[in-house]
Design a protein around this ligand. Structure first.
Ligand code: ZN
Length: 439
């Protein structure tokens, strides 16, 4: 059979090479399947596995040196949690995330099929990674992302995407992007088969390094389910006995909000794997991830933030006796320790509690900035200014909510009341703590 795209739901096989993003028969998920033996080629990074990639026959290859990330045994962490895992450090990819592997194969496919513009709904990482690769490919991009992403991610997206629209939630990003497809050649969803094609190289690299004699357990963020499915099907094709521990962020976890997904897009397929005990989902909250991150930095010298360390936190949480017979690989899915607010949170134990502020999102930081440089204002004025001068397109309701939360955090204070159009509105100004946050 060689290499083909096959529908996970109905088994439909795409024979010829063409641009397609879902099963033409049932609308299901298409995924690369291969009966080829694992053979390492001469190219570097993910392209060393061309004989196992659907996109291998497409040229030119769009690459920034993704893949071939370190796989390091972690004896010290092993002692503290009771099982010695290998750490696959995906933060070493060009934009700091495993997504770069998929962006390379997808950008290659888009270029090959002469697609010139794409729209990307995203929680942040996909937009940053793919837009970066599209820059290299000369393809224009527009991203829709929630305004709650970290400032770090918001700025990066603004830097690499040709157009960015900030919206209230990922669901809104998705619906707005779908409505704008007439202006773009295509929309890229996380389920795009050419994206998944590249993700498969994570499992391929692991098997190539560790062999396939012992059963394998891979710990990875569950997100929308795409990564877990891509890993599962590679291991099935290579006939490796395996289990995937999928990490889900708790709902109220500001530090993990970039990996929080209310309902995985691929729930239908994940459920089947869960029923066969091939996938197990574990929830991880901020304090657990932060503790794991601290463990990684202080015990192993891995500068990785709470998102990247969440897999170690999950492993620690659900470790059972029968898991100890498995070769375990925890994926540090990205998140190198770069965000100053996250580093500050990690230092939490050494700074005074009132200065220990968890990372704020883009909109909240913008509100603080406006008040730091301007006069006290009521939320309606803030909403108007953010919209007109900063191009921030979020609803009034969201601004009111952010202001209330900032008051609660002690970053804003009420300095008076003003009657506008018959309604009494709070006038707020920034506090000293708020100014400190911006420094
Ligand atoms: Zn199908």
């Amino acid at each position: 059979m060689g290499i083909e795209l096959r529908c996970v739901r109905c088994g439909y096989e795409v024979g010829e090479v063409r641009y397609i993003d879902r099963c033409p028969n049932c609308g299901g998920l298409l995924i690369t399947r291969s009966s080829e033996p694992l053979r390492r080629g001469k190219r570097s990074g993910i392209w060393a596995w061309s004989s196992n990639l659907y996109t291998s026959r497409m040229t030119p290859k769009i690459t920034l040196g993704e893949g071939n990330t370190p796989l390091v045994k972690s004896a010290k962490i092993g002692k503290s949690i009771g099982l010695t895992p290998y750490l696959k450090d995906e933060s070493k990819n060009p934009t700091g995330s495993f997504i770069d592997r998929g962006s390379a194969t997808l950008a290659t496919a888009l270029k090959y099929f002469k697609i010139r513009s794409v729209v990307i709904p995203s929680t942040g990482d996909l937009a940053i990674s793919l837009s970066t690769y599209l820059k290299r490919a000369g393809i224009s991009s527009k991203a829709y992302i929630p305004s709650s992403v970290t400032l770090n991610k918001a700025y990066k997206t603004l830097l690499v995407s040709d157009k960015v629209r900030f919206v209230d939630s990922y669901e809104e990003a998705l619906s707005k992007a779908l409505k704008s497809t007439q202006f773009y050649d295509t929309i890229v969803l996380p389920t795009n088969p050419f994206l998944i094609d590249g993700y498969r190289t994570i499992a391929i690299e692991i098997i190539y390094s560790l062999g396939k004699k012992k059963p394998l357990m891979i710990v990875a963020p569950i997100g929308d389910g795409v990564l877990a499915l891509s890993i599962h099907y590679v291991l099935e094709d290579l006939r490796v006995q395996h289990k995937i521990l999928g990490v889900r962020a708790c709902k109220e976890s500001p530090l993990l909000r970039d990996i929080y997904v209310a309902k995985p897009m691929l729930q239908e397929y994940l459920k089947k794997l869960e029923e066969q005990d091939l996938v197990e989902v574990v929830s991880v909250c901020d304090d657990e991830a932060l503790e794991a991150s601290e463990l990684m930095v202080k015990m192993e010298g891995f500068l990785i933030g709470p998102v990247g360390a969440s897999c170690i936190a999950a492993l620690k949480k659900v470790l059972t006796k029968n898991m100890k017979n498995l070769t375990t690989v925890a994926l540090m899915s990205g998140d190198p320790l770069q965000d100053p607010y996250v580093i500050k949170a990690l230092l939490g134990k050494t700074v005074k509690p009132e200065e220990h502020i968890v990372t704020l999102g883009f909109t909240k930081t913008k509100i603080l900035e406006v008040l730091a440089y301007g006069n006290p204002a009521h939320p309606y004025m803030l909403w108007k200014e953010l919209k007109q001068k900063h191009g921030l397109n979020v609803s009034k309701r969201i601004i009111y909510k952010h202001v209330e939360e900032l008051i609660e955090l002690g970053l804003l204070k009420v300095v008076g009341y003003e009657k506008v159009e018959g309604r009494t509105r709070k006038v707020v100004s920034i506090t000293e703590l708020g100014l400190k946050y911006l420094m």
